[in-house]
Design a binder for this molecule. Sequence first.
Ligand code: GDP
Length: 365
Amino acid sequence: MKLGIVGLPNVGKSTLFNSLTKAGAESANYPFCTIDPNVGIVAVPDERLKLLGDMYHSKKVTPAVIEFVDIAGLVKGASKGEGLGNQFLSNIREVDAIVHVVRCFEDPNVIHVDGSIDPLRDIETINLELIFSDIEILERRIAKTGKQARMDKSLAKEAALLEALKAHLEEGKLARSYETEDEDELALLASYNLLTYKPVIFAANVSEEDLANDGADNKGVAQVREFAKETGSEVFVICAQIEEEISELDDDEKAMFLEDLGLKESGLEKLIKASYHLLGLHSFLTAGEDETRAWTIKVGTKAPQAAGKIHSDFERGFIKAEVVNYKDLLEMGSLAAAREKGLVGMEGKDYVVKDGDVILFRFNV
Ligand code: GDP
């Protein structure tokens, strides 16, 4: 999964990005790799993995990972070439979802580019840039499809959709809110990689004081929540500065620090939950002496397709899946013991994989 972090300058993007990549690297001991300074791979913290890995004395424990891209340079006029211009917008095209950082904290020492704290105005500013950029993409498509449609009548439907979408965006609306139930149109919509078609998670960046009660006293947070509700997005409340401090701590210190602050989980954990929820994802596990590993799949994925995540041969040659819930497995201490107790299911190709399933796939090569 790949998430792009956007937001106006000085809202705390880099602070958040740094803390996330650092925390993710340390919490699961994942070799933190920097592909380039703006891309970080973060391990998804998963208690279950460690427990299973210990039980099997696994040589390797491999968490699911999330790739973060810090998309700096999004300023008013970016789509028209201001700031870093349009080049960075291409970085966002490839992400599965956008994390939109919104400044809800006051701090006279940190200048706001527009002079005051106003989350809704900021969201609007960023959204407009994304909309402009999408319109440009559509215009290019319209020119191309228009020409082709004259020779190939089957393209008339797409040409009409492109025009309708463009008109929709020109009203300042997001591609995501374009309403259609037509299967062809939905497939086309998904294929354009439009920025405003991507799911959004708002990160409301608050002060330390506002963090403890999840931003309940912060007017800006309430506005962001309302906006997110209207647009089908997720929200999570963080204090990027505190996150940065947390990312410096080891696991025990971290737990104490969070408790002192009255928090149950770190910003990274909140963000991961929000993104899994928004994208309809969960994970299954494979466990053994060689490797114990978490795999991220869409909710509703059936056993053969889940197997295909591991290797395409597993999907092609799928015979059945031996499935046990990780809790049962841990409680029994071994797969054999779990089998004896009848806790291991033999599942076929229609089995819908559940979160926390530990699976052993049987397949033909
Ligand atoms: P970016 O331009 O969006 O990447 O913003 P930065 O992460 O560089 O942050 C801009 C400034 O705001 C830095 O001086 C940060 O230390 C500060 N900052 C970031 N998050 C917070 C926060 O939660 N509270 C306060 N008071 N300052 C913050």
